[in-house]
Design a protein around this ligand. Structure first.
Ligand SMILES: [Zn+2]
Length: 310
């Protein structure tokens, strides 16, 4: 891969303009990625930023780093089978859409918020499908062709093959913008949240789900945490730094949720034969431990809900 000559360097935190200090660096292939940590809001970010051209070249060469998917071409059937074995996206989608609906219901009063729901980077369509079931009028964006095809079969929608930056939509026309597992990949987080504000009507909800920089696994493993994976991930947010970003762009943070989940196969694959009978107990103990982690606000993933101020 060519060297990246068109990098952008941040000399202060792009979220709150405070000074930062070096955090860690990580070697991936021929490249050393430096990550800095803001001393004001706690946002951690790859700095300098790679260029868009470099990232496109990287994704074309290495994919998105999902080894499970890279081994075989996914189909609707294989995606659904994986979800049946380890319910994850379906559970997340149900919880997230339920929270959005309750926030909108709470807000109404005199104000009636639009039913239009934009799913940015819809992937296989689990969240769009759940939003449809909850009565939203859904539009979806997805750059990857296979994901678009599967999302179409799952939802009947035709996701637009556009980046969020280039997506054209009438200003203040949406009730909900969802960014699930995507903001961590984005080069310019200010641009994204500002664009969401412009598309939402006052009182509308921006829901963001992403890996938690404040999680227990990141604290224990530091840069060896699997979510700390530059250049695929460029942004490492905690509830505090993500809340700062939302407030900066005219949102009030209404709710934060912590979510941790491990597939049962994590233990089943490593379990020696003689210990198989106690596996149900292991699963029960793990489930309780993860609940404790989320309750302690150290969960692996955070969902942050911001409401556009009137
Ligand atoms: Zn900051």
């Amino acid at each position: 891969m060519a060297t990246d000559k068109d990098q952008t360097y941040y000399s202060a935190c792009p979220v709150c303009s405070s000074t930062y200090k070096p955090w860690r660096s990580k070697q991936v292939g021929d490249h050393q990625y430096r990550m800095d940590l803001c001393q004001g809001c706690g946002y951690c970010f790859v700095n300098p930023r790679p260029s868009l051209e470099f990232l496109m070249d990287y994704y074309a060469t290495f994919g998105h780093g999902d080894a499970e998917i890279a081994q075989e071409q996914p189909t609707l059937e294989s995606v659904q089978e994986r979800e049946r074995l380890f319910p994850n996206s379906t559970v997340d989608a149900k919880c997230l859409v339920k929270t959005i609906r309750s926030l909108l219901n709470r807000s109404t009063g005199a104000q009636r918020i639009s039913n239009r729901f934009l799913d940015v980077g819809c992937g296989y369509g689990f969240f769009s499908r759940e939003a449809q079931r909850a009565g939203f009028e859904v539009q979806a964006l997805e750059l990857a062709q296979i994901e678009r095809q599967i999302a179409h079969r799952m939802t009947g929608l035709d996701p637009t093959a556009s980046s969020f930056e280039e997506y054209v939509c009438e200003p203040t026309s949406l009730g909900v913008v969802l960014m699930s597992q995507i903001l961590e990949h984005v080069l310019d987080v200010n641009l994204w949240v500002d664009k969401a504000r412009g598309l939402l009507e006052p009182g509308g909800i921006l829901a963001i789900a992403l890996p938690n920089y404040g999680s227990i696994t990141r604290r224990l493993l530091q840069e060896r945490d699997p979510f700390v994976c530059p250049p695929t991930h460029l942004n490492f947010f905690s509830p505090r730094s993500l809340s700062s970003l939302l407030r900066k762009h005219g949102f009030e943070v209404e709710k934060i949720e912590w979510v941790s989940r491990l597939p049962k196969s994590t233990f089943e694959k490593r379990c020696p034969g003689f210990a198989k009978p106690i596996l149900p107990l292991v699963h029960l103990g793990t489930g309780l431990a993860l609940q404790g982690v989320d309750w302690s606000r150290l969960g692996m993933v955070i969902r942050v809900y911001g409401r556009k101020k009137s």
